[in-house]
Design a protein around this ligand. Structure first.
Ligand SMILES: *Cc1c(COP(=O)(O)O)cnc(C)c1O
Length: 401
């Protein structure tokens, strides 16, 4: 791609062209087998994905949203519970909590990483909750509901600071379900365990999406739950299949949320490439970091030393974000906003009772963030074009004041 053609935000064509023969052969095999739902292809992918995530089990489901919803239910979230998460995430995090019958409560995010703020979580648990005498349950003061779980979201491909979250969850008896839908292969160095840990392997369960644009994407809708707990894995297997333990014997209320064999076969072809693709994303992030060093007024992503992010998104910050977005668009550069309106200010979440000013860090982020083109096959020349446009914008801004 030349400069004149601009730079797309995402390239979903090239990786599939590179693997086209293998992908089509995999689909052909499924078509010829007639085994479209479940079966050995799904099971093989589940085993391989669990291994790639450093966990015991993975259970394939219909989407990342299914994965979150099923993981929450299987991990023990009950109707009426409070589940704590962050407002600056994809809407599915909150959909899944609500659809599991629970009540979402938000805590603000860290201003450096935009991931769940440990101090905000601690403040919520200490100051806004109380232990019910008698039952010993942790109650959310405002709603009177029991607080049972927390969903840290590994946003943009970078993991949350899990040690203190695990510590707080342990202290308050909370179950952790990781929203790892943007973090396939992302790792975190646990100071506690003195070991690198993978996204989806730390909480009671982790939820992954294989939406086509994710770091590991299907050619359609797909997702998976990861867990080290055989019981949780078993429950997810039931929930995804109408709650049945064997055909037509329904143990629990379930859903139609299975991973189909065609998607599993396509994912199986792509999975061996995930690590290399993630390495390329990290290399592209390093190139941006170097090229944008001279762009005054643009703040590049922060990666703490305990994190190896997989840059599902490469998100910069600028005070005049909207003008910058327009400038890049005029230069034929695709950008994204992840996300323009935090969930506590969305119409769909009005009944949660939040308002402007409740989560100032997330709100400021929503005004300043801009996602730049990021995909494994991005060329240095493309990144140079993006960086030149950014630097050019900063210079015109500077000369105006
Ligand atoms: C993509 C995504 C989801 C939902 O995944 P789907 O496969 O689209 O249902 C959930 N949470 C986050 C953070 C995501 O990025």
């Amino acid at each position: 791609m030349t400069e004149g053609n601009g730079v797309p935000f995402l390239d979903l064509i090239t990786p599939h062209l590179e693997l086209e023969d293998e992908l089509l052969a995999a689909v052909r095999e499924i078509v010829r087998s007639g085994g479209f739902i479940g079966g050995p292809v799904v099971e093989r992918f589940e085993r391989n994905f669990a291994e790639a995530c450093g966990g015991e089990y993975s259970v394939g489901v219909g989407s990342g949203t299914d994965a979150l919803r099923f993981a929450l239910i299987a991990a023990g979230v009950r109707p009426g519970d409070v589940v704590v998460t962050v407002p600056n995430t994809f809407v599915a995090t909150v959909e899944a909590i609500v659809q599991a019958g629970a009540w979402p409560r938000f805590v603000d995010v860290d201003p450096a990483t935009f991931n769940m703020s440990v101090s905000a979580l601690r403040e919520f648990l200490e100051a806004r909750c109380e232990i019910e005498s008698g039952s010993g349950a942790l109650l959310d003061r405002e709603s009177g509901r029991p607080v049972t779980s927390v969903v840290p979201v590994h946003l943009y491909g970078q993991m949350c600071d899990m040690d203190p979250i695990v510590d707080l969850a342990g202290r308050y008896g909370l179950t952790i379900v990781e929203d790892a839908c943007q973090a396939h292969g992302s790792t975190y160095f646990s100071r506690e365990k003195q070991a690198w840990q993978r996204a989806g392997s730390i909480g009671a369960a982790g939820a992954f999406s294989f939406y086509p644009g994710k770091n590991l994407g299907a050619c359609g809708e797909a997702g998976a739950v990861t867990t080290n707990d055989a019981q949780i894995a078993g429950r997810v297997r039931m929930i995804r299949d109408h709650g049945q333990s064997r055909k037509y014997y329904y143990q629990v209320e379930g859903y139609n949320g299975r991973l189909d064999a065609v998607q599993a076969a396509l994912l199986e072809v792509k999975l061996p490439h995930l690590e290399a693709w993630n390495r390329k994303r990290r290399a592209a992030a390093a190139v941006y970091q170097e090229l944008l060093a001279g762009a005054d007024g643009i703040r590049t992503p922060v990666e703490p030393e305990w994190s190896r992010a997989v840059y599902h998104l490469y998100v910069v910050r600028a005070e005049n974000r909207d003008a910058l977005g327009r400038h890049l668009s005029e230069n034929n550069i695709g950008t994204g906003l992840h996300y323009p309106v935090p969930l506590h200010l969305q119409a769909a979440c009005a009944r949660l009772g939040y308002g402007e000013g409740d989560f100032p860090v997330a709100e400021k982020a929503a005004r300043e963030i801009l996602s730049l083109p990021m995909f494994p096959q991005i060329l240095r020349g493309q990144q140079e074009h993006v960086a030149a446009a950014l630097v050019g914008f900063c210079q015109t801004q500077a000369s105006r004041v």
